[in-house]
Design a protein around this ligand. Structure first.
Ligand code: UD1
Length: 429
């Protein structure tokens, strides 16, 4: 298994291009199942999770063409052409779903287009139990007959889905996306109440509209989708990754650097920018994106994760790394996932002073972390350890970096280009 060697203490300086968002690209790829015409997606990031989704779609019969890099537009993302002329297989197998929970995103489109889908139940993961009951209940409300058998969700709607009012008791990102895609081909009108409002959901909605769907209330917590008999070809560019941008903003802050994040959008990072500002980080908009600098010391701040537009759970671990070296104490409360403090024992091995009580962590800042061998447990926990390593005295070896490759495109190259001493160590075959 590859690892990452980081020698800390270098201040980051330069420009980093923000890639297309993984969490937007995944549902957009699944969207190709809704039409027999070509869906062209631009700014698709090169990531292991994208390859897994492409693999899954290939199994369903989608033909996928890569059209090279979009270097001319300054982006390194690829253009991907997807064509689902015929869906040849309605099963999403256990082996792929267990690798990537977002595989559940094929459920809604497959039932809507084919009248049947069999998708493996994702099961728990490193950050919690993560049920999909709300996806299932919503599909039942749209008229699907759903049974759970042999570890699979088997949904059938041979006469097609029918619009309904779906009231989510809690905002679910992929749940909202699954219903939105299914409703786009259902008969009549579907209303989603308490819809999640993440920018990736609006990106998906805009793509569906380009494919001929009618969706009102985009960006709000109430979406109204009027189903169509068929959707058609479209071209859509994946929105910039706000989580990657937030991660690099914190990398700049923890190294007291000065970095311009090309393509980053402040409108998607308000809660993050506000909190970083309170912690002593400067963030300003530039014509090309955002400039982040931190010339002085960091201050401890309190934070709670919330659904968008609140502070994202996907940046909680990175914020904790930052707070480890801030002056004073900070309290971080995780409200979305029940087991998302797996980075705490590893940060402690680097000298951090953190106490966890239920879903809150109290961090007492120390002047400097020290490098150590550490183990990545999930995607965002891994990158928080990389940030800690950038600020630590001495060498950090980050193991199990396949987690990083799932969601960060060329992380070490982007950081090294800004002066970080970081390299991938490939395991001898
Ligand atoms: C998505 C993101 C993930 C992010 C998360 C929260 C993708 C591919 N993944 O995950 O990176 O961390 O949003 O912002 O976009 N829940 C239920 N029943 C359900 C569905 C969800 O109880 O049927 C609960 C979850 O356990 C969790 C909360 O609802 O406590 C929110 O989860 P959800 O928004 O669904 O997360 P994902 O869509 O899986």
């Amino acid at each position: 298994m590859d690892s990452m060697r980081i020698r800390g203490g270098k201040s980051l300086s330069g420009k980093i291009h923000i890639s297309g968002a993984k969490n937007a690209a995944l549902p957009l790829l699944a969207c190709s199942l809704l039409t027999d015409e070509t869906l062209t997606l631009g700014n698709v990031p090169h990531l292991a999770d994208i390859a897994t989704m492409a693999n899954l779609l290939g199994q369903h019969g989608v033909s996928i063409g890569l059209n090279g890099n979009q270097k001319s537009s300054g982006s390194t993302g690829r253009v991907v052409e997807l064509k689902a002329t015929n869906i040849t297989n309605i099963t999403a197998p256990y082996d792929l779903v267990r690798k990537m929970r977002a595989s559940i995103l094929v459920l809604g489109p497959l039932v809507a287009r084919c009248g049947e889908a069999k998708v493996s139940l994702p099961g728990g993961c490193a950050i919690g139990t993560r049920p999909v009951d709300l996806h299932i209940k919503a599909l039942q409300q749209l008229g699907a007959d759903v049974v759970l058998e042999n570890g699979y969700i088997h949904a059938r709607a041979p006469k097609g889905l029918k619009g309904a009012e779906i009231v989510f008791p809690m905002a679910t990102v992929t749940g909202t996306e699954n219903v939105m895609m299914a409703a786009a081909l259902a008969k009549g009108e579907t209303t989603i109440v308490n819809a999640a409002r993440e920018p990736e959901i609006s990106d998906l909605a805009n793509c569906l509209v380009a494919m001929g769907a009618q969706i009102d209330g985009i960006g709000s917590d109430k979406l109204r989708i009027t189903g169509k008999d068929r959707l058609h070809a479209a071209r859509h560019d994946v929105v910039a990754d706000r989580i990657e941008a937030g991660t690099f903003a914190m990398a700049a802050a923890i190294t007291h650097g000065n970095v311009e994040l090309l393509g980053a959008k402040l409108e998607h990072l308000h809660s993050v920018a506000k909190l970083l500002g309170e912690a002593g980080v400067n963030i300003e908009e530039t014509p090309a994106g955002l400039r982040v600098s931190c010339p002085h010391g960091l201050r401890g701040v309190d934070m709670m994760t919330e659904p968008y537009p609140g502070f994202p759970t996907d940046l909680q671990a990175q914020m904790m790394a930052l707070m480890c070296v801030a002056e004073g104490a900070s309290m971080i409360t995780e409200t979305i996932f029940e087991n998302r403090f797996m980075h705490v024992p590893e940060l402690r091995r680097m000298g951090a002073n953190i106490t966890v009580h239920n879903n809150s962590a109290m961090i007492r800042g120390i002047p400097q972390l020290t490098g150590a061998p550490v183990m990545a447990t999930d995607l965002r926990a891994s990158v928080s350890l990389a940030l800690a390593g950038l600020a630590a005295k001495g060498e950090t070896i980050l193991n199990r970096i396949y987690h990083l490759d799932r969601g960060y495109e060329r992380l070490e190259e982007k950081l090294a280009a800004c002066g970080a001493d970081i390299e991938r160590v490939r395991e001898a075959a």
